[in-house]
Write a protein that binds this ligand. Sequence first.
Ligand code: OGA
Ligand code: NI
Length: 339
Amino acid sequence: MANQLLSTVSCHDTLPEGYARPESDRPRLAEVATDSNIPLIDLASPDKLRVIAEIDRACRTYGFFQVINHGISEELLEKVMAVGLEFFRLPPEEKAKLYSDEPSKKIRLSTSFNVRKETVHNWRDYLRLHCHPLEEFVPDWPSNPEAFKEIISTYCREVRLLGLRLMGAISLSLGLDENYVENVLGEQEQHMAVNYYPRCPEPDLTYGLPKHTDPNALTVLLQDPNVSGLQVLKDGQWIAVDPRPNALVINLGDQLQALSNGAYKSVWHRAVVNAAQERMSVASFLCPCNSAVIGPAAKLVGDGDEPVYRSYTYDEYYNKFWSRNLDQEHCLELFRGQK
Ligand code: OGA
Ligand code: NI
């Protein structure tokens, strides 16, 4: 029901029932590290080979990196954040029109992760949109705020170009042909989650998003430039990925881990919330076409070795992903083996 949205209440003084995690599953914010070593890659660097080598290292170690000089203007990034925030500030009756908790709906305003299935909720509202081909979906996107469709569709177009360019670089960094990844993934879908994390009275007890890996191929995340919240798990330690001006965060999804035969990581990450400031992020997901058959690239499976993962269609994978809770074992574990 739309009244489950957190953003319909202007301020929460106490944590409502259903959001507190058990003691063993709390964010332990005091133990989170800050790490200035999260790779930062300058995509405008004239030394292309070096950029590819940096991407390779980042994908093997962190599965996460930030990019600057990515070609999307600062002005557009600001507009996207502003119009997103304006959307979440609309009156409740306006938002109720878009509310749904049915994960298969292609345009929906929702809350938490999968409210129908989960036992504990997450401190997040989100607007989920399908974005490719734009002509097919934009007519059904919110028309309030008035500038929403235009700003977000411009951003979607640019993010897609960036994502595909990165997939070319990732193919090369794996030692494959530049168009290998794109060819395997087919005509990719593009989805977006505009995430809104309100101020939370008890940030130590709950999550914005609990630890998860992204089920798709590649994610481009535009973070709130002023508020931290994204964290990645590296060697058992949670590390805050603090926002950098004009940078975009890139993370590999499960499909690139599978395709790379496990060489590249789709890492666990999560979003935490805080008591002082609301936070927004805009995640753009490039997703294989549903019928794409995904499995380790033959060239990356050593002579005489078995591939780490079996082949499957993305459709099969995605259905499995949504049938589970977000923070169970890595979904790819269910696709180990040959058959
Ligand atoms: C996601 C995600 C992180 C964030 O939407 O999949 O990981 O900081 N978001 O909002
Ligand atoms: Ni994610």
